[in-house]
Every structure is written in structure tokens, then in C-alpha cells.
Design a protein. Structure first.
Length: 229
């Protein structure tokens, strides 16, 4: 497991009327990655943004742009999102007819490849693509909307995915209900990358974002200290 956490605020919870400013502010506030939740209204019951918005946001931050494609037929859009500036592209196992081929495509385009699993999707979906992966994203809520509470059953799933990853250099990311109150439990289960949307952006400006990111890191550190004692 990585020695330091990745804190990846999701701009799904940002103020869309000033999105570039929000990305720049959360970057300065200490975000490690910028998480981009892309929704198409088909795979999930919501619509967000596409490659043109990502391209427009790219000058606002030099941090990793971590794209989470909650869309059907993601292979059709991988090249566009990478060209727009995404450093990593995560697709849903449930949305891919040919998951292995889609992961190859992401890497061929020069981005890090990730697979996301919905709460009811078995981790067995990863078994034959581990050698194609840079990241596994365990959804700890059902995808589509921000501000949801963590699904308790997913904590043990995170633990099982961590065991499946073993010593491979694959990030284990969680998304949904991540806050200073839950990050320790998720870290104990094996997560090392944390998507936090409403928990960060409800802070109301750069100082608030920095405060919450600091609290997330402190809670993660406290859990690590307990485990090592």
C-alpha cells in the first residue's frame, strides 16, 4: 500500500458557474488529484460534462486529472478525454463489453488505466485484467449523485480488493461518502486514494477546502498510527 494517501476532490460538488476558479482553488488548497466525474444520463441518472469542458479546465491546474467515466461505451470517448488532458481514465466494468480491450486502449493513448466497480459488482471482475490496471475504484455508493452516505457493505469489499491487488503497483481508490469521519475506516480496509466531493466543497472557499483536506489527511494519519502501534 502507498505510504501517503491521494486526496482527489471531485468537482461534481463544485460551483459549476465558476468551475475553472474552483479547480484552481482546490489545487492550491492541497488536492493531489482533480477527480472528474463524467456522467451520460444513461449509465447513471445524471449528466455532467464532456471532453470540451475538461480541455477548458486543463489550464487551471497542473495536478493529475483523474477521469471517472460513468458512461456506456466508454471506449468511444477514451481518445477524446486523453486528448483533452486527462492523465488517468477509469471505466466501469459494467459498461464495457470488452474490458481488456478498453484498458489496452487507455494505455495506448498514454493515460493510466482504471476499473470501477459498483457496490453490487463482484471484485471477481478484476481477476483477468490486473496486469492492465493502474487503479481500481471501489464505489462506496451507487454512482450518479454526490452527497450520498457510504454503503457499509462496501468496506469489506475494499478489503477483498486490497487482498486481490497484493503487492502490485495498483492504486485502490474509493468514491462515495468519504469524509474525515470515514476515511480512517476505509484506509484500514486498504484504500489509498480517496475521492471526496461534498465533504471538500461544502467548505465554502479555498480556506475551507484546505481545512477539510487537512482533516482528511489527519484522520488518515491517525488510522495509520493506530495500525502501527
Amino acid at each position: 500500500m502507498a505510504s501517503q494517501p491521494v486526496i482527489a476532490p471531485s468537482i461534481l460538488s463544485a460551483d459549476f458557474s465558476r468551475l475553472g476558479e474552483e479547480v484552481a482553488a482546490v489545487d492550491r488548497a492541497g488536492a493531489d488529484w482533480i477527480h472528474l466525474d463524467v456522467m451520460d444520463g444513461r449509465f447513471v441518472p445524471n449528466i455532467t460534462f464532456g471532453p470540451p469542458v475538461v480541455k477548458a479546465l486543463r489550464p487551471s491546474s497542473a495536478k493529475v486529472f483523474d477521469a471517472h467515466l460513468m458512461i456506456v461505451e466508454p471506449e468511444r470517448y477514451v481518445a477524446d478525454f486523453v486528448a483533452a488532458g486527462c492523465d488517468g481514465v477509469t471505466v466501469h466494468a459494467e459498461a464495457c463489453t470488452h474490458l481488456d480491450r478498453t484498458l489496452q486502449l487507455i494505455r495506448e493513448r498514454g493515460a493510466k488505466a482504471g476499473v470501477a466497480l459498483n457496490p453490487a459488482t463482484s471484485e471477481e471482475a478484476l481477476a483477468y485484467v490486473l496486469d492492465r490496471l493502474d487503479l481500481v475504484l471501489v464505489m462506496t455508493v451507487n454512482p450518479g449523485f454526490g452527497g450520498q452516505s457510504l454503503v457499509p457493505a462496501t468496506i469489506e469489499k475494499v478489503r477483498r480488493v486490497r487482498a486481490l491487488i497484493g503487492e502490485r503497483p495498483i492504486r485502490l481508490q474509493v468514491d462515495g461518502g468519504v469524509s474525515p469521519a470515514t476515511i480512517g475506516t476505509l484506509a484500514d480496509a486498504g484504500a489509498d486514494s480517496f475521492v471526496a466531493g461534498s465533504a471538500v466543497f461544502q467548505g465554502g472557499g479555498e480556506a475551507g477546502y484546505a481545512r477539510t483536506i487537512g482533516l482528511l489527511r489527519d484522520a488518515w494519519g491517525a488510522e495509520r498510527a493506530v495500525k502501527s502501534s
